[in-house]
Design a protein around this ligand. Sequence first.
Ligand SMILES: [Zn+2]
Length: 418
Amino acid sequence: MINLTYEYRIYPDQQQAELMTQWLETCLHVYNYALGERRDWIKSRKCDINACSLGGEYIIPVDAPKPTYYQQKRNLTAARKVIPTLGAVHSQVLQDVMGRLEKAFNALWNSGHGFPRFKKRFRSFTFPQLGKESVGERTIKLPSIGEVIATLHRPIPDGFEAKQARVVRRPSGWYVQLVLEANIEVPDITPSGYAIGIDLGLSSFVATSEGELIARPRFFVEAQHRLKGLNRAVSRKKKGSKNQQKARQKVARFYERIANRRKDFHRKTAHHLCNHAGMVFAEDLNLKGLAKGMLGKHCLDAGWGEFLDTLKWVAWKRGVYFSKVPASGTSQECPACGASVKKDLSVRVHHCPECGYQTDRDVASGQVIRNRGLTAVGHIVDACGAEPAFGGNEAGKLKSNLGKPALYPIGSASGGCH
Ligand SMILES: [Zn+2]
């Protein structure tokens, strides 16, 4: 089974747009209400029996059951019969909101995320089921909303069927993300072919073990200036006026544009890396730890986590083996002889006193990562600088091509909703 997500822009008419906006509002209320119910119950059980807080207590009867996913879902169904605004929304869409809340709580219990927060707005809602043949030539049929005009800029690949749809509202307009499913078994990608290691850094976005340095696009630096100007325009306008609203819109659209450009850059870089390799290894960054540290702001801004996710997905799509390796000390090790070479951040060149190997600091890290990756998948590591294992680039590529599973026609190389 393969799942893909394709995103299409839709152009709802005024009535449809109003309806969808209303749905988003209702979803928001349902989410916050259900969260409130759970939070109050949890708080009511936290008070010691002999010591009440001075400020206030949440008092809920002892025999009141803990609000659970299923129970809240049942209550929702009952409430839909009484409250017309709830009844106006497609039932499965609201059920899905409960699913989102449950997911947030699962993240709290299982992954150490924080307590779910009340939301100020909802940007999307999901239809967990779609009717048969809901994707037409120029329209997408959404349950209860009807046919919406869509730009189907790329066809749905053969053998795939739209199973779910998520409607997203962005500053630039409305979009639909279709989850496409096909009943194909895909073999796992085996590690083979030419290997590269990548080091993510601040001085250059990516340094590969091949000696390639990919810079961060200048756009993001320039964007900061532009944002400052736009935000200033917002604060100059009269509070709550039409003009301030317009200025706010501009800021929102610009943020969307930055996000789009970052995504585009990530995808292009990922495809570029996969062009040259059968295996890609990256360091397993402790992003949370990094963000807390000294370089926090810069690290978050660089979007490494997002890039690694994109790279993983692109590599899978292209039949390239992708894996992460432990990141500790990659910059302090000589890729050629394995000796420990201490250097602080200001030293930009790796020069090994043991074997005399010399190269860019980040490139050396990339090579160490490649070596670690190769060891992890059970390949023999050749010393750096010498010809790589598997007889060079072309032979390696050929081998990896042969090993690729036939997936589906990949139309544009840079496409793909991630
Ligand atoms: Zn050395």
